[in-house]
Ligand binder design. Structure first.
Ligand code: 6LW
Length: 507
């Protein structure tokens, strides 16, 4: 037996979808305007997840030009059929619903095939023999209220690469006025077809519902116990919230589990974003029962698996600047490996691009996901900024909500500055003169408090960072931290030079 603690994926890894091939599980997540798009994780025990690659790495696969941070890539589904992996997702910033394929889930993945007549989001695939079906969500043609959606199916001709025959509506929610019926996944289990879906919206009322039918096209009967999983009945004080958007998986030994998203807010704010949780599933009267006898996602669960791969992956993330760029690194709107940056002798030469974090372009920012509220991130930077140039570390939620700890020049003097931006309010939190061209920048998080140190000097009072999250600033992502350089809308041929990014996360 092995013990698995929730969440199984900490930090901004929402909308999980999972498939199994022999003894390996593969899981994918939404990435919005971050790039590369859609990380692929592999596990042989549902506990230890190893990042093996990304589905959308090439520019031609991932068009995010001008995308706001919470636009871009939504809710992928991963499936395996006859030697080929399929990922289907939505690019809400261009092209809509598309699928890609790969023989090896590490990649390379194919170029996207966009499905022109597929309205809505949250696409999924279901295979039966050699026929492939598209299942998606869409707003009803004549919605009776906001969030009035339906789940629909249509055959997908993989040779012609388009939807064929007629779309059929399968289900529009388990309640009378279900809002946001979405995130559908369809399975055939025994003699029945099961449609799993999310309802209630991805916030406090989020849930998982199920319906079943003897025939693929329905009619689908709603489970009398719907929603089969939610945390809304536990109230706002329960530490895990917003549970929903699940995908089922059967182990080789015939045991069932569900992965789903959830949040761990503190004071109503979930800066880590939507994370991925796991629950056990049994079957009663032909219906799935999630976490039987408990009525919520367990804090930890024991599953039968061999103990030999019990390696717990340390959440420390030292990023060495060597080719190829560490897979944990993310950028905005394009793969950070395509920035005009250079890696040499273990150092990163990050150009002072004109772009800032407010611009919906590709700023010189290379980040990693925040995995815990307790963290210590440090970097040494060589920089001789001039004019408008600035560089340093960022704690980033979105274009209008971030903290930057930077070195810049003003009237011939170098200064270390901390800036916190919350919407239209931008505050210079602390400023101090510094000397020399080598600087140590350190961000330390404890709860929802951030302390900034530059050259071993504490930069003002600790900052309250809880508002830098979706609950206060809108959107769907979680926070990232990383290195940054900008010449703030001016041209500069120069770079800041960073040593390795040292990051430690504790539970
Ligand atoms: C996802 C959808 C949702 O596609 O949020 O609120 C979207 N619902 O299921 C982004 O995660």
């Amino acid at each position: 037996m092995i013990k698995i603690t929730n969440p199984i994926q900490k930090g901004f890894y929402p909308d999980p979808s999972i498939c199994r091939v022999l003894d390996n599980y593969y899981m994918v997540h939404s990435t919005f305007a971050y790039a590369p798009g859609i990380p692929v994780f592999r596990s042989c025990d549902l506990k230890n997840w190893i990042l093996i690659g990304h589905v959308l790495e090439r520019k031609e696969q991932l068009r995010l030009d001008g995308a706001h941070i919470s636009k871009g890539i939504y809710a992928p589904t991963i499936r395996y059929h006859k030697g080929l992996f399929y990922v289907i997702a939505t690019n809400v910033s261009g092209g809509g619903n598309f699928y890609v394929t790969a023989e090896d889930p590490k990649g390379p993945w194919s170029d996207p095939v966009f499905l022109t007549d597929a309205p809505g989001i949250d696409p999924s695939l279901y295979f039966e023999e050699d026929t492939c079906y598209y299942i998606g969500q869409r707003t009803k043609e004549h919605p009776a209220y906001y969030g009035d959606c339906e789940i629909w199916i249509q055959e997908l001709d993989l040779k012609e690469k388009r939807l064929v025959k007629k779309p059929v509506v399968l289900f529009d929610g388990s309640m009378k006025r279900t809002i946001w019926a979405e995130g559908p996944h369809l399975y055939r289990i025994g003699p029945m077809y099961y449609l799993l879906l999310a309802e209630g919206g991805t916030e406090f009322n989020h849930s998982v519902a199920v319906a079943r039918s003897k025939s693929l096209y329905g009619p689908y009967e709603s489970c009398p116990n719907n929603p089969i999983l939610t945390h809304r009945h536990l109230g706002h004080t329960y530490p895990v919230q917003s549970i929903g958007h699940g995908d089922l998986i059967e182990t080789a030994a015939g045991e069932w589990f569900m992965v789903m998203l959830g949040t761990r807010p503190l004071n109503g704010c979930a800066e880590l974003g939507r994370e991925t949780f796991l629950a056990d599933v049994t079957w009663e009267d032909g219906w799935p029962v999630v976490s039987p006898g408990m009525g919520r996602v367990p804090d930890c669960l024991e599953i039968s698996a061999s103990d030999n791969e019990q390696k717990v992956l340390l959440p420390a993330a030292d990023i060495e600047w060597t080719e190829p760029l560490d897979m944990r690194c993310v950028g905005l709107r394009d793969h950070p490996a395509r920035l005009p940056a250079k890696m040499a002798d273990g150092r990163l030469h990050l150009p002072f691009l004109p772009d800032t974090m407010e611009d919906l372009s590709v700023p010189a920012y290379i980040g990693i996901r925040l995995l815990s509220r307790t963290f210590d991130i440090q970097v040494t930077m060589e920089s001789e900024p001039d004019g408008t140039e600035e560089s340093g570390l960022l704690y980033f939620y979105n274009e209008m909500h971030y903290v930057k700890a930077i070195i810049r020049e003003r009237e011939g003097r170098l200064e270390a500055v901390t800036v916190i931006r919350k919407g239209n309010e931008q505050e210079e939190w602390s400023r101090t003169e510094v000397a020399g061209c080598i600087h140590q920048i350190r961000l330390r998080g404890q709860g929802q408090i951030l302390s900034v140190e530059i050259d071993k000097q504490i930069m003002g009072q600790p900052l309250d960072i809880k508002d830098l999250c979706s609950q206060k600033a809108g959107g769907f992502t979680g926070c990232t931290v990383g290195v940054y350089a900008s010449a703030v809308h001016k041209a500069s041929g120069r770079s800041a030079v960073f040593g390795p990014l040292h990051a430690e996360f504790a539970d």
